[in-house]
Design a protein around this ligand. Structure first.
Ligand code: NAP
Length: 319
């Protein structure tokens, strides 16, 4: 994981001489890994941040960190429509960084969406933050099926939605997505070593999301990638980061990966986990097949000042 260097938030909007009050952004899932980073970057951009936190989480260290950053922490149950609507009132955008399965991605986000509409909030950013799930076949990735289910509700609602698609978090290459194996010095893959893949760090995703939340002119989709790298590109990055030679290890074609997913689902079902091993393998299959590749041109240059972290730097930082 890259080390997180937090800059000091400004206590006032970027231009304190203007009379315009800072925009209020409602942030759901603010206690999460991505949510905390989005809150930080919203504060750096001068936004007023209203962090929605479930009552049981208000005493967590993450809630204390949000308060220290100058965010307002509001305790709210997603099932309490009136309280949720009150919590959304006055916001220019609702950002969701919730993480979970159906009861979160479909149910809680729908409750949040209804509250945002009832409160007259003009814009909504759902907790997508992923590869491009929009064109994938149903059943090819359990978590993406849930996102598309919520997307259908979102696209019917009288609110402007913007999904941020960032590919895989680069940070996962040093942990949960073990394509690069430092021990045996191998880059493991299935299919085509020249298939382009999208990677963005969690920090870059948060920086971009904060800017997008404060931008009234965002389109339905924004696509970003800190680096687009093939499997051979990951090999080069690993070599540059470590100074050692890495070899490619092709386990098989994508059909082999599909079979491995089925076997893993049978042996380790873990259906209540958000990211069981088989779901990570589904994610890899979606990426390696090219079906979840972000369409170009990417929107990386939409907001100036974001420095996109390459894969090599993330790998070097984890050495
Ligand atoms: N592209 C990628 O490679 C990648 C990788 C990882 C994650 N992501 C995505 O990034 C987003 C954020 O993930 P994360 O890792 O930051 O999540 P996380 O750290 O697990 O945080 C999840 C947040 O959701 C809240 N939450 C969980 N269950 C809830 C429920 N039933 N009702 C209401 N709130 C609930 C938690 O609040 P409490 O504090 O109350 O529990 C927490 O604030 C998700 O969309 C996730 O899928 C993308």
């Amino acid at each position: 994981m890259t080390s997180l260097v937090l800059e000091q938030p400004t206590s006032s909007p970027a231009n304190p001489t203007t009379a315009t009050p800072p925009a209020t952004i409602v942030l759901a899932g603010a206690t999460g890994a991505l949510g905390l980073l989005i809150a930080h970057h919203l504060r750096l951009r001068g936004a007023t941040v209203r962090a929605l936190v479930r009552p049981g989480a208000t005493t967590k260290a993450e809630a204390a960190s949000l308060r220290l950053q100058g965010a307002e922490v509001v305790a709210v149950e997603y099932t309490e429509a009136a309280a949720l609507t009150a919590a959304c009132t006055g916001a220019s955008c609702v950002v969701s960084a919730l993480s979970g399965l159906r009861e979160v991605i479909v149910d809680a986000q729908t409750q949040l969406l209804h509250a945002a509409v009832a409160a007259g909030v003009p814009r909504f950013i759902p907790s997508d933050f992923s590869a491009d799930f929009t064109r994938l076949p149903e059943g090819s990735n359990r978590n993406f099926d849930l996102r598309r289910e919520f997307q259908r509700r979102l696209d019917q609602a009288p609110i402007r939605a913007t999904s941020i698609l960032n590919g895989m978090f680069t940070d996962l290459l040093t942990g949960q997505a073990p394509l690069i194996l430092p021990g045996p010095r191998r880059v493991v893959y299935w299919g085509d070593a020249d298939q382009p893949l999208d990677f963005t760090t969690m920090i870059n995703t948060a920086e971009f999301t904060a800017a997008a939340a404060l931008d009234d002119t965002t389109p339905r989709y924004l696509r970003i990638a800190g680096e687009v790298a093939t499997i051979r590109g990951l090999q080069t990055a690993a070599q540059q980061a470590t100074g050692h030679r890495f070899k490619l290890l092709r386990v098989g074609g994508l059909g082999v990966l599909a079979t491995m997913i089925k076997v893993t689902q049978t042996l380790v079902p873990a259906h209540n986990e958000v990211f069981p091993p088989w779901q990570g393998m589904q994610y890899l299959h979606n990426m390696l097949s090219g079906q979840a590749k972000l369409a170009e041109p990417l929107d990386n240059t939409r907001y100036p000042g974001i420095r996109w972290t390459p894969v090599r730097e993330v790998l070097a930082a984890s050495k």
